[in-house]
Ligand binder design. Structure first.
Ligand SMILES: Nc1ncnc2c1ncn2[C@@H]1O[C@H](COP(=O)(O)OP(=O)(O)O)[C@@H](O)[C@H]1O
Ligand SMILES: CC(=O)N[C@@H](CCC(=O)OP(=O)(O)O)C(=O)O
Length: 281
């Protein structure tokens, strides 16, 4: 049997298992410098949708936001992996996330062969937030998810549309919040009862001692994930935190994957071996 046929045959049980299941995929902004990686992820998403999985795509955009803020003369400062977001920054953040990245991904997926609809948390008012307390107190317009109403997302999926989500939320007074995209993906995965949450980033997954390749972890239970959370740094803090929260609230598995590796998404979902870090209860 050719390798091509073997791979197709190996994928049969996975296609059967995940048909009609909801999978939330988060695309990290760290992949902005890898257009090839991004294109292969979007192709994979088209394929997963065409074989019957219900995909919800949540995107970040940290790198592009930092570039934009730099051009505007606004300094980027992070506390615990979260961007301090003042009044001047929030307008730029929303413009990059909802105005640019969301529309670009939506267009690429529509041209790629599935029906995609871009939304932020403001459309239909489904994503409510409160000020996030980090360190000393709240850090401007940084939001913590306080409520997800999954009605709009479910409506889109039922109608055959793939929701593409920009992580911008709001409160009842009309204040706009910049929410970490991992946090939004995790909250959405819980609210829609997702089978899987897949976080695509620019590293292979979780390392016990980053970046020592020998310390890479391919499978983590909940207790071990909590232990490792004490040692990870930067953007891995919100990522691992939200992976743990998702599992504790009913999502079956969370996968951390390197989006720069071509078609890592297909390999992770459709093969026995997997390629990233899988976290399960
Ligand atoms: N223990 C660790 N394992 C893996 N990555 C880590 C670890 N500690 C810190 N990191 C950093 O976390 C980054 C991923 O977070 P982030 O840059 O926010 O990605 P994204 O934009 O995809 O959300 C990696 O590029 C890496 O530099
Ligand atoms: C509060 C906060 O930190 N928000 C993030 C939102 C974008 C994001 O999460 O992008 P990545 O997925 O690329 O990290 C930010 O401003 O960078």
């Amino acid at each position: 049997m050719s390798a091509f046929v073997s791979a197709l045959v190996e994928s049969i049980p996975y296609i059967q298992k995940f048909r009609d299941k909801t999978v939330v995929i988060k695309l990290g902004g760290s992949l902005a410098d890898s257009p090839e990686g991004r294109r292969s992820i979007l192709q994979d998403i088209v394929l997963l949708s065409l074989v019957g999985m219900k995909i919800v795509l949540v995107h970040g955009g940290g790198k592009e936001i930092s570039k934009r803020l730099d051009r505007m003369g606004i300094e980027s400062e992070f506390i615990g992996g979260y961007r301090v977001t003042g009044d001047a920054a929030i307008t730029e953040v929303e413009m990059v996330l909802t105005g640019r990245i969301n529309t670009e991904l939506t267009l690429m997926l529509n041209n790629g062969g599935i029906k995609a609809v871009g939304i932020s948390g403001k459309d239909g008012g489904w994503l409510e937030a409160t000020p996030k307390q980090v360190g000393e107190g709240d850090i401007g317009h940084v939001g913590e998810v306080s409520n997800v109403d999954p009605t709009l997302i479910n409506l889109l999926m039922t109608g055959g549309y793939t929701p593409i989500i920009s992580p911008i939320g709001h409160d009842k007074d009309g204040k706009t919040f910049n929410i970490n995209a991992d946090d939004v993906a995790s909250a959405v995965a819980v609210a829609v009862g997702a089978e899987k949450l897949i976080l695509m980033t620019d590293v292979n997954g979780v390392y016990k001692n980053f970046p020592d390749p020998a310390s890479f972890v391919s499978k983590l239970g909940l207790a071990e994930a909590k232990e490792i959370l004490e040692t990870v740094k930067g953007g891995m803090i919100p990522k691992l935190t939200c992976a743990i929260n998702a599992i504790e609230q009913g999502v079956h598995t969370v996968h951390l994957l390197n989006g720069s590796t071509p078609h890592s998404l297909l390999v992770e979902v459709f093969s026995d071996s997997g390629i990233g870090t899988m976290i399960e209860r």
